[in-house]
Design a protein around this ligand. Structure first.
Ligand code: NAP
Length: 288
């Protein structure tokens, strides 16, 4: 994987924008359409969905309707979606085809296994591991058919990553996990670097909670930027792609202004020093 200032090249040869738009909790056609319209206007060219967000069909419809308005085509945007935990294992092929059908697209740019576990299995159930392998094999088949341009995983721990890399035919192009100054994921980033897997951040704003952190506020004041821009810049300045979500057009625009300023080494270090293992999202570390 190599990176330029605004995009990363995944090792499957696919170019992915460093800035993507998160869509979790945007569900109704009106909310999705309004947010996608604002995001396209603000310059977002990547959109992150998932089967469990229940918005793949709404996202597909909104893009079909709005791309021409912005002078864009399907090829100008990068769409990510994810296989839900209920489809992990023998239902994986069906689940991925369902995503393609709901999005109503001939291909998905990046498709991820959303979670290392399987719905309705205990986290200690050894079948979780076999189901992950079966899901991956299905994704490899669809990748070979050109329906999934790149394939990867989400919420995997270093152990899940090593297990996958040792057994797969096609290695994962990307790992999407929680990443922000309070949860820096040092070991996982090293594993990704070692195997050339792109490391992508979600919940960069700590689901909104980190924008009021005193250190973030102070850095933002110093560089005359918003706290959200500081949090997102901290990641992209390290080459880590981000996926901020907002339903507010002003914030959507504001969150996209990341490439016209730089954080000083001192500010980067002050933010990284907040690392305390604090997670805002579910923890997958106990899934076997
Ligand atoms: P996030 O982007 O860290 O934060 C979103 C929250 O911050 C929303 O409540 C939003 O409220 C608020 N916000 C946005 N911009 C703001 C600003 N400029 N100032 C103040 N508050 C602001 O959280 P996230 O939705 O958890 O993560 C982002 C995306 O990553 C998701 O949408 C999803 O696509 C992906 N994700 C993936 C996984 C996974 O398991 N793979 C897990 C979590 C997230 P408003 O909408 O009111 O602006």
């Amino acid at each position: 994987m190599s990176s330029s200032s605004h995009s990363v090249l995944l090792k499957t040869g696919v170019q992915m924008p460093l800035l993507g738009f998160g869509t979790y909790k945007l569900v109704s056609p009106e909310d999705v359409s309004r947010a996608v319209d604002a995001a396209l206007l603000a310059g977002y060219r990547a959109f992150d969905s998932a089967a469990v967000y229940l918005n793949e069909a709404e996202l597909g419809r909104a893009l079909k309707q709005l791309l021409p308005k912005h002078g864009l085509t399907r090829e100008d945007v990068f769409i990510t979606s994810k296989l839900g935990p209920k489809d992990q294992g023998e239902r994986a092929m069906e689940g991925a085809l369902h995503s393609l059908s709901d999005l109503d697209m001939g291909y998905i740019d990046l498709y991820l296994i959303h979670w290392p576990g399987t719905q309705d299995l205990e986290i200690t159930d050894p079948r979780n591991s076999g189901n992950r392998a079966e899901s991956w094999a299905a994704l490899e088949k669809l990748h070979a058919q050109g329906k999934l341009k790149a394939i990867g995983v989400s919420n995997y721990t270093p152990a899940h990553m090593r297990e996958l890399i040792q057994s797969c035919k096609i290695p994962p192009a990307l790992l999407q996990v929680e990443f922000h100054p309070k949860f820096c994921q040092t070991e996982l980033r090293k594993v990704c670097e070692e195997y050339g897997v792109c490391f992508q951040a979600y919940s960069s704003l700590g689901k909104g909670d980190l924008v009021t952190d005193p250190v973030v506020l102070e850095v933002a004041k110093n560089c005359e930027r918003t706290p959200a821009q500081v949090l997102l810049r901290w990641a992209v300045q390290q080459g880590v792609p981000v996926l901020p979500k907002s339903s507010n057009p002003d914030r959507i625009k504001d969150n996209a202004r990341l490439f016209d300023f730089t954080l000083s080494d001192t500010d980067m270090d002050r933010l990284s020093a907040l690392d305390c293992g604090h997670k805002f999202c579910r923890d997958a570390s106990q899934v076997v």
